[in-house]
Design a binder for this molecule. Structure first.
Ligand SMILES: [Zn+2]
Length: 401
């Protein structure tokens, strides 16, 4: 029986029904908010041109120094929060802020759903390299149910991680009175998205409510829960304690306003962002280790390694938008000049859309669902303009060529 869901994931409804691919990299207009211009070039590639030719990086570094001078403390207390689960990008930012700019970062971690061995090892190595960390491990019973709900209603179990990743650091900033928060890159700028995000060093959580709503799939946690209490027999209001839901939500606007804490800064505004260089930097400085084997769905060994569940985030994105994990790596490596488009296409031919089977059982067990239910939900996310069945097998209607 086909799985039925509400229309809570709003961004899929806004995806153009005609598919265009960028002529320079390997992304299409199906990525939410990505625009492919009249010359057939995507926002991500245009941003690369802008980074390479227009931005005065020395001036941007001065802006960074001025910002840090304004926030740097001399009493030994933390002066900046860096959200991190131990990966190469946040490790790079934290290490630079501490050892190059003399800041005193507090690392804040919203725990992955299920750490991989390499993920927990890299996380510990990062702390070993000189950082204090506060980690939140959410209530497992609630978290699993929210993950299942997010998988079914948003096509992305990982959404519960994203909520905490966005809100837990700002909750900690308010709690500990630390008025500077630094993320690595704004994915919207670096990996093709809303062109309006370019040239913005920070996002203000108080002023950009629509932006946040857009990013969080168009439906707030409370709207999702209200729906779930009504429609889902595996979730009941009694077992969802309000306190345990705290970090899935932002602090109140009054709290943020009174403490002057609502901005989150992006390091990629101040520094020319190259993921591969962050990787080399962290190998040298924070004890970062790549995976011994390539990540399923792609060819790389060093990006997004922390969570056993995260292969399904990429797989479902492939189902929803026809854009998989290999595309992600290939697109930015073409833009960064590491590979050609032809090499990228060959890699995609091999790995794009590969099913993440290694942790499939972990995923099913974590969400407490059957394999049949998994596929029912997956198939419910296949947009008719993207997928059709050929000889009984699902195929993309407009693959990249
Ligand atoms: Zn492009």
């Amino acid at each position: 029986m086909a799985f039925k869901r509400g229309n809570l994931e709003k961004q899929v409804l806004e995806i153009p029904k005609e598919v265009y691919w960028c002529k320079r990299c390997v992304i299409s207009n199906q990525r939410p908010r990505n625009i492919i211009d009249d010359n057939g070039i995507c926002s991500g590639c245009l941003n690369t041109d802008y980074k390479n030719n227009k931005i005065d990086w020395e001036k941007r570094e001065k802006e960074l120094e001025q910002l840090l001078d304004k926030h740097r403390r001399t009493d030994g207390y933390w002066d900046v929060i860096v959200p991190s689960s131990g990966g190469k990008d946040s490790g790079f930012v934290a290490h630079k802020l501490k050892y190059e700019y003399g800041m005193n970062p507090l690392l804040v971690t919203w725990s992955p759903l299920q750490y991989t061995d390499i993920g927990i090892q890299n996380f510990r190595n990062l702390c070993e390299s000189g950082f204090l960390n506060i980690k939140c491990t959410p209530n497992g019973k609630i978290h699993r149910k929210l993950a299942r709900l997010s998988f079914e209603e948003f096509g992305d179990a990982f959404h519960v991680f994203v909520l905490g990743q966005v809100y837990f650091p700002i909750q900690m900033a308010v709690k500990f009175n630390i008025d500077l928060i630094f993320y690595g890159e704004n994915g919207e700028v670096e990996y093709a998205g809303d062109p309006q995000a370019v040239d913005k060093p920070y996002m203000d959580m108080l002023k950009n409510k629509d932006w946040i709503k857009g990013y969080l799939k168009g439906t707030t946690l409370d709207e999702l829960l209200e729906y779930a209490y009504r429609e889902k027999d595996y979730i009941s209001k009694d077992e969802f304690s309000e306190a345990d839901l705290t970090f899935y939500r932002p602090p109140s606007a009054d709290e943020m306003r009174s403490k002057g804490i609502s901005r989150v800064y992006y390091y990629n505004y101040f520094y020319k962002w190259t993921p591969q260089e962050n990787y080399y930097y962290c190998v040298d400085n924070t004890g970062f280790k790549p995976n011994p084997e390539r990540t399923e769905g792609t060819y790389s060994k060093y990006a997004s390694l922390d969570d056993k569940m995260d292969g399904f985030h990429y797989y479902l994105r492939y189902i929803k938008f026809g854009l998989g994990r290999c595309m992600e790596d290939v697109a930015h490596e073409i833009r960064d000049g590491h590979i050609t488009r032809e090499e990228g296409l060959a890699l995609m031919q091999r790995y794009e859309g590969e099913f993440p089977k290694k942790y499939f059982n972990d995923f099913l067990n974590y969400l407490d669902i059957t394999e049949d239910h998994f596929w029912d939900v997956v198939d419910s996310w296949r947009a008719p303009h993207l997928w059709h069945k050929v000889k009984g097998k699902w195929q993309l209607k407009h693959p990249i060529s």
